[in-house]
Ligand binder design. Structure first.
Ligand code: SAH
Length: 252
């Protein structure tokens, strides 16, 4: 039997929600121009190499009706499934921005590696079994070597379909000690679990959920600078993986 932890990582898929989050790292790595991932999906893929590693970078694309990035869980899951099925990466990384929590040490520009569990804060189904399905609670594979390399913290990431936050969600974030609120990670984690695909999520804070300023205002002001932070971490991570690493080496 082959132990997947002893296999060298050779193909990495990167999934982003927005072009503004994806384009800087694509530029630094000199990836190809964007191409259609699959007919019928707005998602776009850019490919190239980093050292000996094949990189497939995917953004969820521009919604043809509304002309904005097709963010959110539905598109994230669909795009991740097609990306994984078509390109068979050894590792899938979801990178993007998130809402952070000042009460747990969060700050604009701070980057987290997903840890603990991937959660959904707004999939409320009060029926036994379905309640648990709704909350996601997908175990995160710990990647201690990455935390150490990037000198970043890890903690639970929770996904939902809104940028705004309500009181129920605030209570949920406290209970679960969530450090990053986004709109994609848990949906992608669920696809990765179904496909038995190694997965990690890297999230940089653009706005603070427990701050009086509306998330959308902070998000728009900080998107470019936080993405710069995210890009620095990603580049460091990819260049480290390109030296030739096994999954086992990362998950200590
Ligand atoms: N395109 C819009 C807003 C993007 S929504 C604009 O330009 O104003 C936010 C995107 O960033 C999502 O893909 C989500 O994953 C992430 N994000 C950042 N802060 C967030 C927060 N507070 N809550 C949920 N998602 C957040």
């Amino acid at each position: 039997m082959t132990d997947e932890n002893s296999l060298m990582i050779r193909k990495i898929a990167l999934s982003f929600a927005m072009h503004a989050e994806a384009d800087p790292i694509a530029g630094r790595l000199g990836l190809s121009e964007p191409r259609i991932l699959r007919e019928g999906l707005p998602a776009r893929i850019r490919t190239g190499r980093c050292g000996h590693i094949d990189i497939m970078l995917c953004a969820q694309g521009i919604d043809p009706v509304h002309g904005v990035d097709r963010i959110g869980t539905e598109s994230a899951a669909l795009t991740a499934w097609v990306l994984a099925e078509e390109h068979e990466p050894d590792l899938l990384i979801n990178a993007g921005t998130c809402g952070g929590f000042e009460c747990r040490g969060g700050a604009v520009g701070k980057t987290y590696l997903a840890g603990g569990h991937f959660l959904y804060h707004d999939h409320l189904i009060p029926i036994p079994g379905f309640k648990e399905l709704g909350e996601g609670r997908i175990p995160v594979t710990p990647y201690g070597a990455i935390e150490e390399l990037l000198a970043i913290e890890s903690g639970p990431v929770s996904s939902g379909v809104s940028l705004t936050t309500n009181d129920h969600e605030r209570a949920f974030f406290e209970r679960e000690e969530v450090v990053a609120k986004d709109m994609e990670a848990t949906a992608i984690a669920s696809v990765a679990r179904d496909l038995a695909l190694p997965f990690m999520a890297l999230k940089t804070v653009t706005d603070l959920v427990d701050h009086p300023e509306p998330s959308q205002d902070a998000f728009q002001r900080n998107l470019a600078s936080s993405t710069e932070q995210l890009t620095d971490h990603l580049e460091r991570l990819l260049r480290f993986l390109a030296e030739g690493r096994t999954l086992g080496e990362l998950s200590r």
